[in-house]
Design a protein around this ligand. Sequence first.
Ligand code: F6P
Length: 538
Amino acid sequence: MIDPTLTPAWSLLSQRSEVIEPIHVLVDQDRAQMRGRIGDLDVDFSRQRVDEEVWKSLEQLVEQCGVLQWRDRMLTGIHVNTTEDRAVLHTALRLPRSAKLVVDGVDVVPQVHDVLDRMSILARKVRSGEWVGFTGKRIESVVNIGIGGSDLGPAMAYQALHAYSDPQLSLHFVSNVDPADLVETLTLCEPETTLFIIASKTFTTAETMSNAQHARAWVQAASDGNSDSVVDKHFVALSTNEKAVEEFGIDPKNIFGFWDWVGGRYSMDSAIGLSTMIAIGPEQFTAMLDGFHTVDRNFAQEPWETNIAMQMGSLAVWNRDFLDIETTAVLPYSQYLSRFPAYLQQLTMESNGKSVRRNGESVDYNTSAIYWGEPGTNGQHSFYQLLHQGTSVVSCDIVVVARAQVGLGNQQDILVANALAQASVLSLGLNANQLAESGVPAELVPHKVMPGNRPVTVIMFPELTPHMLGMLISLYEHSVFVQGVIWGINSFDQWGVELGKKVATGITEAFESRDLVKNFDPSTQESIESYLQLRRSY
Ligand code: F6P
């Protein structure tokens, strides 16, 4: 097990960070060329705080931490998710039909395409109106009930690919156990024309199961007791747990399976993407898979110089561990990518928000940055003040889509101008001399100084097509992988979320049986009593 801090590259980077720290990045002609391209996806690293030496050392860090070997293990189905003893093969979900990949003795490619084919049949039936509800009317609303990876990817993709979505269908995403989520969604739907997709890898997740049961009761109540066929007509499931789905009452022919080698946060291109396929159609879904696969190939085959995910992942480590930057803002300059930061939060932080290495030792270095963000330009009128002049340095990923899918005068130009302006200002800043020279009164100069030197990556592509969305997501997936390998952690488990679920179940039980309240710490006991008191007084 390689401790990254003991590699020669780590030492070199540590030394170099002391030299780089005080240097202000000034983008000249040479730096401006620090960008990578995969097809139409342009990734501009010229505003990152690195020089030739750092760049070389990052390449060595990748090599010395065994990223290439771990990548090959992952791509060939070796169980790299060691704590759960599972392969990690989201890349197999986008392999072409002609490919072959034998994992644990089975070629997984035919299995993947079999599910995709079944999804396509269902998607076509819903889109054409052939699939009808209990009164014989076509489906008009599709409600995806799921949470975490069974929600964030599909919800983000629906918004991102709005221009490609069938206008005859409205899609909704219910994730929260807050009753408001389902109740408010149902007010927008009619039982006879609504198809529910129950998306849960485990089919045991409390929030999803509870919402699914209420949704089933809602349709059944509207159907005058014709309950069995109602579930057949209005419910499909996406899960690896067929037994639990059948117990819920969903017909096996309406189950779209996937495999334990697809992690929740890596599952939007598996059966979990059914809502996406219904919205945009099987052909465009295939285009999205091709986009994923294009970047997979770059990651699998290209050397460091042209391997964009390797570069992006190691730069994230540089920013986190050597420049001590704690958070990364994801700033899409596209309204259609509003949910992209939320999607990335799970991908990055559930994957790499860990402090124990694969061998059980505690890390003595930083792991995942905190990811957050909002679409520009809204963020500019809110938290960008801190980005520009706050005491915390935040690295920024600015995502720019060149061509708008809707036109409104020159608004797209204004949007992109803002994105490029922010990238420039975050990086260059404005110093006291420049301000004084431009006539700013002396007492205001310190208030107007912009330190700049915020590391910025600008990702730009021509249009938000399904293919480009697939490329963008795959790029981040592999960048997260590279970071995890360098840090020596398992990016594919999530043990940290378990305890909270267990305690929540206990507290729910304590709400009903008061003698259980004593099982909790005094502070929680007080909170339980307060809640019960308040609940009663309404
Ligand atoms: O609680 C975290 C988590 O396990 C995520 O990793 C996962 O994406 C989400 O819950 C939903 O899980 P499931 O798809 O099994 O309902």
